[in-house]
Design a protein around this ligand. Structure first.
Ligand code: BJ2
Ligand code: ZN
Length: 644
């Protein structure tokens, strides 16, 4: 069925129930109309997913063109449905459920752009941004030959394993020089068009429209409160890691300064697990397990990693992957020279239980955890597949992000790794526990300020507080303020460092990950209780607990049909987001870090100005004046005194 036919048929069925121009209040008829919508929309979204998938797994001019065409057809469909819904139905007095459905289909995203040329431009910009990011490479000349490195796996591996300051900086700078500058003008134009669409939808700007998915007026303040609660733990981790990095890299890491951003084993310093070897609390004890060598030794491959993850889900009584998942997913980077969007993602095609993952899987523990993350999305898709299309989504976007991570918290415990053959022995030892918690903190606690700041930047870009002449400066102000890191080289406004993080050119909201990193510990604690776990929270493994599985399933099956506090209550008994489970999980490490930092007389935090002073001529002049002025005055007074 062509897109054109789809939208024409949509209009026809809508007109067929129209009542003399007055919106109807007949709820039974409205429900039948919504059901019809559901069937038609599934087809439309399936076509769209198919075209997007074709592009993401084979970036060419043709697949890009096709993706843009189908996107525009879909927007047309969405717009017509919303217009007709409003013309045909007055749902203000209908039930909660019907109202919720109508509210959802009349909130139409970028399709709200009235001007077709602008909509087409917006769609094209989004494709171009994805393409620029996904095909960017860092090239160097080796023995007279040009060698170009892809982000995955080349740059990722170099950053994860490299320990040479200058080489790491070469990779870090190279990536930003390659992807950033050409994204900048596109992003600027994107912001303006995207805001126009959001405003046509009744929101102040795109950021406001994103925040509305959380259905809480106090959302920003709630997050800020949670962030403040978690900050002391981050500051303690940061100070401890900073001292350890100084032991490795010498005075280039200042003990009261922000840390150079390229030293964390990750392109964005967002998770620091790859430098565990540099910061391990008890190097002669076990606990901080990286099972990568064991995976290699056991000849793991991508399929095996996905099967291990699937088996965890089925052990809880949750769903296995359908055959088509295995047949249609792309779980390794193609070797036939195709350019693909490698960044791991999970896809719901909206029909026929067609769910897929696209991941350029590397045989590492880090990727094993990412496999679980993506499989968590698929499990959510499976569980809410019987909901109407409108309700197939996470209770809020952060819930969707949390599912796979919750399981991964169990998978990464020494007890579990031993059970699945990835670890030879488990030692009961408090020092090993601290090693384990440190490894987990490098992944979970290090992430918190990063997860928080990305959309602080974007929300302010969308509401105009951050203008395009300040994109990079404000990005680094936030990176320094929250993460306590600084760039290893001078940045300016010809560069566009935010664009070098996938979710910016891909236009994926990011606060969902911050929410996820908080709520996943609430879910973990609740499921551990259900599984009858006793002992410290960080030792819990819910493997094979169908009681925990049932609890999780009940929440997943709700999809987006209820406001998220109801879903939260179904699984935890609480109705709000709280940092308490996370803090409980890390309590032993928090105590240890505080003690360690006290012994080292550590100054927590950093001077936020440090790197900016060094590069900004205005502030360096002011600083120079501040330090030299008193000396000059003294000299002047002395000279006058001796003359007299
Ligand atoms: C590795 C992971 C995303 C994810 C991908 C890419 C962007 C959206 C999807 C969506 C899912 C959905 C990712 C993991 C934790 C931190 C963050 C990061 N990839 N996406 N289709 N992560 O969330 O799975 O798959 O249904 O909305 O980006 O920064 O790496
Ligand atoms: Zn995700």
């Amino acid at each position: 069925m062509s897109g054109q036919t789809t939208s024409v048929s949509a209009i026809l069925f809508l007109l067929a129930v129209s009542v003399a121009g007055t919106p109807s209040t007949d709820e039974t008829a409205a429900i039948a109309w919504l059901e019809r919508y559901n069937t038609e929309a599934q087809d439309v979204y399936y076509r769209r997913s198919t075209a997007f998938w074709a592009y993401n797994t084979n970036i060419t001019d043709e697949t890009q063109q096709r993706q843009v065409e189908v996107s525009l057809e879909t927007s047309q469909f969405i717009k017509e449905i919303a217009q007709n819904a409003t013309a045909l139905w007055d749902w203000s007095g209908m039930s909660f459920d019907t109202k919720r459905k109508f509210d959802s289909i009349t909130n139409i995203g970028s399709a709200a752009l009235q001007d077709q040329t602008k909509l087409e431009r917006l769609t094209n910009i989004q494709s171009d941004m994805r393409r620029i990011y996904s095909t960017a490479k860092v090239c160097e000349t080796v023995d007279g030959q040009e060698n170009c490195m892809d982000f995955e796996p080349d740059l990722t591996r170099e950053l994860a394993t490299g320990r040479d300051y200058d080489r790491l900086q070469f990779i870090w700078d190279g990536w930003r020089a390659s992807a950033g500058p050409s994204l900048r003008p596109l992003y600027q134009e994107f912001v303006s068009l995207s805001n126009e669409a959001a405003q046509a939808n009744g929101y102040a700007d795109t950021g406001a429209s994103w925040r509305s998915s959380y259905e809480v007026d106090t959302f920003e303040q709630d997050l800020e409160n949670i962030y403040e609660e978690l900050k002391p733990l981050y500051l303690n981790l940061h100070a401890y890691v900073r001292r350890k990095l100084r032991e490795t890299y010498g005075t280039r890491v200042g003990l009261t300064d922000p840390i150079p951003a390229h030293l964390f084993g990750n392109m964005w310093s967002q998770q620091w697990n790859n430098i565990f070897d540099l910061v391990e609390p008890y190097p002669n004890k076990p606990g901080g397990i990286d099972v990568t060598p064991k995976m290699v030794e056991l000849n793991y491959n991508a399929t095996h990693m996905f099967r291990v993850s699937e088996e965890f889900f089925t052990s809880l009584g949750l769903g296995a992957m359908p055959d088509t998942f295995w047949e249609r997913s792309m779980i390794v980077r193609p070797t036939d020279g195709r350019e693909v969007v490698c960044y791991a993602s999970a896809w719901d095609f909206s029909r026929d239980r067609d769910f897929r993952i696209k991941q350029c899987t590397d045989v590492t523990m880090e990727d094993l955890l990412t496999v679980h993350h993506e499989m968590g999305h698929i499990q959510y898709f499976i569980q809410y597949a019987d909901q109407p299309l409108i309700y197939r989504g996470g209770a809020n976007p952060g819930f969707h992000e949390a599912v796979g991570d919750v399981l991964a918290l169990s998978v990464a415990t020494p007890k579990h790794l031993k059970q699945i053959g990835l670890l030879d022995e488990v030692t009961e030892d408090p020092d090993a526990d601290i090693n384990f918690l440190m490894a987990t903190a490098l992944e979970k606690i290090a992430f918190l300020p990063f997860g928080y700041l990305i959309d602080q930047w974007r929300w302010r870009v969308f509401d105009g507080t951050i203008g395009s002449d300040n994109y990079n400066a404000e990005w680094w102000r936030l990176r320094t303020k929250y993460q306590g890191i600084k760039p290893p080289s001078t940045r300016d406004e010809t560069l566009f460092d935010p664009g070098c993080k996938f979710h910016i050119p891909n236009n994926t909201p990011y606060i969902r990950y911050f929410v996820s990193f908080v709520v996943q510990f609430q879910f973990h604690e609740a499921l551990c209780k259900e599984a009858g776990h006793t002992g410290p929270l960080h030792t819990c493994d819910i493997y094979r607990s169908t009681a925990a599985g049932d609890k999780l399933k009940a929440m997943l099956q709700m999809g987006e049909s209820q406001p998220w506090p109801d879903a939260m209550e179904a699984i935890t008994g609480q109705r709000s987001m709280t940092a308490s489970s996370l803090l409980k999980y890390f309590q032993p490490l928090t105590d240890w870090l505080k003690q360690k930092n006290w012994e080292n007389r550590e100054r927590l935090g950093w001077d936020a100005e440090t790197w900016q002073d060094a590069k900004d001529p205005a502030t360096s002049f002011a600083r120079a004046l501040r330090t030299t002025l008193p000396v000059m005055l003294l000299a002047l007074m002395a000279a006058m005194f001796f003359r007299c």
